[in-house]
Design a protein around this ligand. Structure first.
Ligand code: FES
Ligand code: FES
Length: 159
């Protein structure tokens, strides 16, 4: 019987007793109580489950925990520092970039991953990054404004 699988999640080491094929999304939500990432389709078709693994945005409904290895997993719960929200969270609030917000956790993590390597993305790059994220409420214009605002803030912070 193989031992527990070790995951690094938001700076903590977690040991999970589960089949290696168990989707990361299920472990985050059901074992670790991190419920920001959402189940939408379970088929890599909606982006609601997106988290960051090893610096890349991935759809966690399709990634077995046995394939995570020692890559750091980041979720929305790990974005704020104490009471201080991440600039991407601030930007989404400032632009009121949600209606039901079901899609937002995945889009936040996609945006954090994008801006980590490119804090001056062009319109086409932003649209490409968010292309697989479905928003059934039609909040796309406000979401795009929020991503641009977050990029501006990050550039200004760097000075
Ligand atoms: S739930 Fe993972 S892409 Fe839809
Ligand atoms: S705000 Fe409702 S799905 Fe995007």
């Amino acid at each position: 019987m193989p031992g527990p699988i070790q995951l690094r999640v938001n700076g903590r080491i977690e040991r999970i007793d589960a089949d290696p094929a168990t989707p990361l999304l299920y472990v985050l939500r059901n074992d670790l109580g991190l419920r920001a990432a959402k189940f939408g389709c379970g088929l890599e078709q909606c982006g609601a489950c997106t988290v960051i693994v090893g610096g890349e945005a991935v759809m966690s409904c399709a990634l077995g925990i046995g394939r995570v290895g020692d890559r750091e997993v980041r979720t929305v719960e790990g974005l704020a520092e104490g009471e201080t929200l991440h600039p991407v969270q601030e930007a989404f609030l400032a632009e009121n970039a949600a209606q039901c917000a079901y899609c937002v956790p995945g889009i936040l993590m996609e945006t954090v991953a994008l801006l980590a390597w490119n804090d001056e993305p062009g319109e086409a790059e932003i649209r490409r990054a968010l292309d697989l994220h479905l928003c059934r409420c039609g909040a796309h214009p406000r979401i795009l404004r929020a991503v641009r605002r977050a990029a501006r803030t990050l550039r200004e912070t760097k000075g």
